[in-house]
Design a protein around this ligand. Structure first.
Ligand code: OSB
Ligand code: MG
Length: 371
């Protein structure tokens, strides 16, 4: 197969979120991301880069991703014919870091391959499930009462698993309020690296709430302290930011730094590495689940295909379109089924019907290249 494109478009898009999303590292009112579109002889492929506008979650931003894409990754696609996606992965192994930029190109190549071969991304990746269990990730709210109200609305909408964002000072009280209002809800928390090991007592106090997991309490580069922390917690730890490769996932499980893996193709450098990390979870008996980055419909379709693999046994951070955006940049909308699942697209590639007019409307910056 020749996946060498003749033309490439890169866009920075900005879409208003339906409600602000507050985490331990900041508040987002808009979602910015970089989109790429590859076009060859009779084919195209779309990719979404999940890096955000500021370096709060990771050092990558839309600007660093733009630089790495435009100056390094995309020109390399023009240079010589590309046998297959594994060749792309090999070729970009020489680019240090910048996993989100690398992953965006890989997504576009998978989309293209699927469209060329008339196969859905789920099929290409070896996924089986036709619907995947999902939950909702709820940002920090003004106060615990408002949080209970917001969670209540999602529970009424049919979400059976809820993740609460926490930070020092907004942890025990928030979780207690939600747990009291919803005694049987599947509940988990995500600290986005806001704690130090010295604050372990605060996290130990969460053990009483029967949480599914505590996600990424400590620093990204700190597997060692996570393993110390896991030893004194009953609640399983799950790592997000710390898992930058399948190798990290294996090492984290081996030293007891976590018992559960949050997998995001963007953070791991692409779908191929995410599948490798999934395989690590399966081999070592650790549950994995698919994280989210407030993606547009393009990235969400990719997440759904990934989450259809058999090791994804816990609900994904993947909600219906209307949880994020009034208007999406694809024509179909993802809806929540009554059993708290979302259907995996079945059409070729990502399986989405890209809305070019809407993309044009939300584009802030655009560049086009041809061979
Ligand atoms: O830590 O999982 C996270 C969104 C942006 C950056 C980091 C995270 C998140 C989420 C959102 O939790 C999950 C979703 O897309 O629904
Ligand atoms: Mg997280």
């Amino acid at each position: 197969m020749n996946l060498r494109p003749d033309a490439i478009e890169v866009r920075l898009v900005e879409m208003p979120l339906r409600s602000p999303f507050e985490t331990s590292f900041g508040v987002e009112h808009h979602r910015q991301c970089v989109l790429i579109r590859l076009r060859g002889d009779g084919w195209e492929g779309w990719g979404e880069c999940v890096a955000g506008s500021s370096p709060g979650y990771s050092y990558e931003t839309t600007s660093t991703a733009w630089h790495i894409l435009v100056d390094f990754l995309l020109p390399a696609l023009f240079r010589e014919p590309l046998g297959g996606i594994d060749r792309y992965v090999e070729r970009v192994a020489g680019v240090r870091g910048h996993p989100m930029a690398r992953a965006a190109v890989e997504m576009a190549l998978w989309d293209a391959q699927g469209r060329i071969e008339d196969k859905s991304l789920r099929e290409l990746l070896g996924g089986r499930a036709s619907r995947v269990p999902v939950g909702v990730s709820v940002g920090i709210q003004a106060n615990p009462d408002t949080l209970v109200e917001v969670v209540g609305r999602y529970v009424d909408a049919g979400y059976r698993r809820v993740k609460l964002k926490i930070k020092p000072g907004r942890d025990h009280g928030d979780v207690e309020a939600v747990r009291r209002a919803f005694p049987d809800l599947r509940l988990q928390v995500d600290a986005n690296s806001a704690y130090r090991l010295e604050e372990a007592a605060t996290l130990q106090a969460l053990d009483e709430f029967h949480l599914l997991m505590i996600e990424q309490p400590l620093d990204e580069d700190d597997l060692i302290d996570h393993s110390q922390l896991q030893r004194i917690l009953k609640t399983p730890l799950c790592l997000d930011e710390s898992l930058l490769s399948a190798r990290h996932a294996r090492q984290a499980l081996e030293i007891g730094a976590c018992r559960i893996l949050n997998l995001k193709a963007g953070r791991l450098g692409g779908l191929s590495e995410a599948i490798a990390a999934h395989d690590v979870g399966l081999a070592l008996g650790a549950p994995v689940w698919c994280g989210g980055m407030l993606e547009t419909g393009i990235g969400r379709a990719s997440n759904l295909a990934l989450a259809s693999l058999p090791g994804f046994t816990l609900p994904a951070d993947l909600s219906a379109t209307d949880r994020y955006y009034e208007r999406d940049i694809i024509r179909q909308r993802f809806v929540l089924n009554p059993d708290s699942t979302i259907d995996v697209p079945t059409q070729p590639g990502l399986g989405v019907d890209v809305d070019l007019d809407e993309i044009e409307r939300v584009t802030v910056k655009k560049e086009a290249f041809s061979r």
